[in-house]
Design a binder for this molecule. Structure first.
Ligand code: FAD
Ligand code: FES
Length: 334
């Protein structure tokens, strides 16, 4: 569905990364975690794909089966959020839009994450209980929606890796992140972000570095979700890459969901499939969201085709979520 959506909030939450809320009741009702929208940016021919980052209001997932939320009928107030990094002309244009401006949005698109109710492991079906979410950089965008969506019925650990503390997703109160009016200055957000990182640093000093970071009751992440920051420079959380701590969680996780750069996926493939870990670990399914460059975004141009064990697939239509070990990674170009 294509619609002109009014921007209700647009704030920079970390350097070069913006959180934007728009009124999109039809998308809010239908959206599934891992799906995306495309936005027409200025007069560029190609629309820019962006993951659905949050939905408001969020309804609870239905029990069992695939992740198919039965959302309440739209009240006309449904909003969706996108979280985007300013990397080029399109996202720069988007970052400069003001509250009240309208943007041309198409969505929700693609196939998102699924949460199987039973995982066939040694032919014994079992509940998918412990979900491990792995985010590399801006790859946190679709995983927050998944975490919010699944938290009532699953135990969730979210690992977020970034180069430095400022790029870690700020566990700010929703009020600050949504900032519905112009009058709330960014300095408020920046000071809260600083407090958030200071709190994370304090935690790092006082407890085991891999333990979860604290957050406000109004944080976009529910309290029960374990959030583990990890930075390449060690400025907050543990020092290293997400794949350094992934092995600690492989036995715990029933399902793994990831979004990040292709190199992160290749390292994860080594850890989950090709390592000398137990057969049980290797059977752990890992769903990844693939952010290749798109053309039309709706399955018409074949510009996003990738090769998988099941043959050629279109990222925009068959994905962007795929099983990690289904993709023929040596042939993937981003
Ligand atoms: C399904 C999907 C979901 C996405 N979700 C998000 C999201 O939630 N948040 C977010 O910040 N980004 C997301 N992206 C990437 C985003 O679409 C691009 O960053 C954006 O289109 C760049 O547009 P631009 O005009 O600003 O940059 P351009 O001028 O087009 O390009 C600037 C730079 O960004 C790189 N780039 C462009 N497109 C992509 C891409 N698809 N993947 C990787 N690098 C790219 C280019 O190689 C170039 O170096 C997603 C991509 C896909 C396919
Ligand atoms: S981008 Fe055109 S088919 Fe996927």
């Amino acid at each position: 569905m294509q619609s002109l959506c009014t921007i209700t909030s647009n704030v920079e939450i970390s350097p070069g990364v913006r959180l934007m809320w728009v009124e999109a009741p039809d998308i809010a009702v239908a959206a599934q975690p891992g799906q995306f929208i495309t936005v027409r940016c200025e007069d560029f021919m190609l629309r820019r794909p962006l993951s659905i980052h949050q939905v408001s209001p969020l309804s609870s997932p239905s029990t069992g089966g695939e992740a198919s939320p039965e959302r309440s009928e739209g009240t006309g107030e449904g909003e969706i959020a996108i979280l985007f990094q300013v990397v080029g002309k399109g996202t720069l244009w988007l970052s400069q839009r003001q509250i009240g401006d309208k943007i041309d949005v198409l969505g929700s698109l693609g196939k998102g994450f699924s949460i199987p109710s039973g995982i066939a492991r040694r032919k014994v079906p079992r509940q998918s209980k412990n979900l491990l979410l792995v985010a590399g950089g801006i790859g946190i965008a679709p995983l927050i929606f998944l975490a919010q969506f699944a938290s009532s019925q699953h135990s969730i650990t979210l690992i977020h890796g970034a180069r430095t503390a400022a790029q870690i997703y700020p566990l700010l109160p929703l009020r600050a992140l949504r900032s519905p009016c112009h009058s709330e200055p960014f300095t408020v957000i920046a000071s809260e972000a600083k407090q958030s990182h200071l709190a994370q640093d304090k935690l790092r000093e006082e407890s085991h570095p891999s333990e979860q970071a604290p957050r406000s009751n109004l944080s976009p992440l529910p309290q029960e979700i374990r959030f583990i920051p990890i930075t390449e420079d060690g400025s907050t959380g543990r020092k290293g890459m997400v794949t350094d701590i992934l092995p600690d969680f492989l036995d715990w996780a029933d399902q793994i969901y990831a979004c990040g750069p292709v190199d992160m996926y290749k390292a994860m493939l080594e850890l989950t499939c090709h390592s000398e870990r137990s057969e049980e670990s290797k059977l752990k399914k890992c769903q990844v969201s693939l952010e290749v460059r798109l053309g039309c975004g709706i399955g018409a141009c074949y510009g996003c085709t990738i090769n998988t064990k099941g043959g050629l697939k279109k990222v925009c239509q068959d994905g962007p979520v795929f099983e990690l070990d289904d993709i023929l990674w040596e042939e993937v170009r981003v």
